[in-house]
Design a protein around this ligand. Structure first.
Ligand code: UN1
Length: 507
């Protein structure tokens, strides 16, 4: 309660110092603090944010560029120790962070707990990896008279652009990976969730990450993100968000008149689940509800297209409608809430507009009722629509909307082709008790994360390394063994250890 009544502040954090509205014009920011409203109640002011101006961007870049080498030279064990201390601080501050996630991002308490948990896991996972792989040189084989080693170093300044749907977990995952690998970092949180980003950065500094090694620049894509990625001092970009923005960043990087640098992009999905007639229907319904509607469907992993074998479709859809009727849509702070608001009015209006059109074109299977306490927030009623063919499906709808397509028993290969044909490749689910069917589908489906006889969200760090292919992202998988390597540069060093190699005067 105490944490919930609090008002938070965010602004550019440069050199470890949070700039507030009182800093008036010193660095060229638009110093008017903008109020931050809660998605659950748009009259509730959660805090305020000052967006970064051009001078803030320059100050962050200059400071990070000057600090990068020093941080990279800091032993990996020390960098790991900072991440572990930050993870401990996240746990100590869990009630406050859950309240902040509820108020700024509209997350209910289980989702808030999961946010903190995942952020903690990312830090400890990458800390272990840095201790193992980034502390010293690994020996490589070679002929007598030669000593060969392999080492991983930071690239320089990394820009981390994170999404509002996992404002603590993905924010932390990107930043922690970049720092762990030895980079200085400029973090740009989503403009909808700057308060959470600012809180995370404050805790990272408290944990010992130097102020000049980690900076925060709140703002939108055009005013901050676009300026950062074109700067030649930037040596790498991590981005999670829309496909359109990932493509725009890719284009900007390609057009830079400077070194080629990596883009680690994680975008969206048109994630499908196939259910055949051998599936356990009760289990399927529970998994569809969770995969489609938890977090109001605002996960890139969320279920968008449910393929159901015709023989069981009527039964399954009747049971699904019954389960949807029981969903409680409302205030994130209420313990009984299942479905929370969407992030803002723009997202709500776009989803409702889509649903209105879909209601005219598709079969309406079920639309949930909104509760009394939803009138002041940006809520969207969960819906299920029936489609004849997946080709009718347009762009990803980032909200609580599930599309259902029926198929016949002998059409399963065509279904896999249709799913692959959508071009995305993030998550996928299959419910079937026939092992040969499962194997046949898994062999052909082109996705990063496949889930069998379970829900398809909530990847756990180190357990379900997460990330897609095709239109869904570049890889490597977050929370997996190769993620940190993409933030680093690999060096193979070969030393001549013969007398000749050891004595320059013999040349
Ligand atoms: C995202 O929604 O941007 O498995 C990706 C999950 C989460 C998805 C994160 N890791 O549900």
């Amino acid at each position: 309660r105490e944490a919930d009544a609090r008002v938070w502040h965010a602004g550019p954090v440069i050199g470890g110092r949070l700039r507030g509205p009182s800093d008036g014009g010193k660095t060229g920011s638009d110093d008017r603090a903008q109020p931050v409203h809660s998605p659950a109640d748009t009259e509730h002011v959660v805090g305020d944010v000052v967006w970064a101006g051009a001078d803030d961007i320059e100050a962050a870049l200059a400071s990070a560029a000057a600090a990068a080498d020093r941080w990279d030279a800091t032993p990996g064990t020390e960098r790991a120790a900072c991440l572990r201390r930050y993870a401990d601080l996240l746990e100590t501050h869990m009630p406050e962070l859950i309240a902040l996630c509820a108020r700024e991002a509209g997350k209910h308490i289980p989702d808030g707990v999961a946010e903190v948990r995942e952020a903690v896991d990312f830090c400890r996972y990458y800390a272990c990896q840095v201790e193992d792989e980034f502390s010293g040189e690994m020996p490589l084989p070679g002929p007598t008279g030669e000593r060969n080693t392999y080492r991983l170093d930071g690239r320089g300044v990394f820009v981390c652009i994170s999404p509002w749907n996992f404002p603590l977990a993905i924010f932390t995952g990107q930043v922690a990976a970049a720092l762990a690998a030895g980079n200085a970092v400029i973090a740009k949180p989503a403009e909808q969730t700057c308060l959470i980003g600012a809180r995370a950065v404050a805790l990272m500094h408290e944990a010992g990450i130097p102020g000049d090694v980690l900076h925060l620049l709140p703002g939108d894509g055009p005013s901050v993100g676009a300026k950062l990625v074109t700067d030649l001092r930037v040596a790498g970009v991590a981005f999670t968000g829309s496909l359109a923005t990932a493509k725009a960043i890719n284009k900007s990087l390609a057009e830079r008149d400077g070194p080629l640098i990596p883009l680690i992009a994680e975008t969206g999905g048109q994630n499908a689940m196939i259910v055949d007639s051998s599936a356990l229907i009760e289990q399927v319904v529970a998994d569809v509800i969770k995969s489609g509607f938890q977090s109001a469907g605002q996960r890139c992993s969320a279920l968008r297209v449910l393929y159901v074998q015709n023989d069981i479709a009527d039964t399954l859809l009747t049971m699904l409608s019954g389960a949807m009727a029981e969903l409680s849509v409302g205030d994130p702070w209420r313990l009984s809430t299942d479905v929370t608001p969407v992030i803002d009015a723009e997202a709500r209006d776009a989803l409702i507009d889509y649903a209105d059109k879909a209601g005219k074109t598709y079969e309406s299977i079920y639309t949930c009722r909104l509760g009394e306490d939803t009138r002041r927030g940006t809520f969207v009623a969960p819906r299920a629509f029936g489609l004849k063919n997946v080709d009718e499906l347009g762009d990803e709808q980032f909200g609580p909307i599930v599309h259902v397509v029926r198929f016949e028993a002998d059409e399963i290969d065509e279904v896999v082709d249709a799913i692959n044909g959508l071009g995305y490749g993030l998550t996928f689910g299959i419910h079937s008790r026939i092992d040969t069917t499962v194997e046949r589908v898994l062999r052909r489906i082109k996705v990063g994360n496949a889930y069998v006889n379970r829900n398809m969200i909530g990847a756990v760090v180190g357990v379900h390394p997460f990330g897609g292919e095709g239109l869904s992202g570049t890889g490597p998988k977050a929370g997996g063994p190769h993620y940190l390597h993409r933030f680093a540069t690999e060096r193979a060093v070969s030393r001549d250890t013969t007398a000749a190699g050891g004595n320059a005067s013999l040349m």
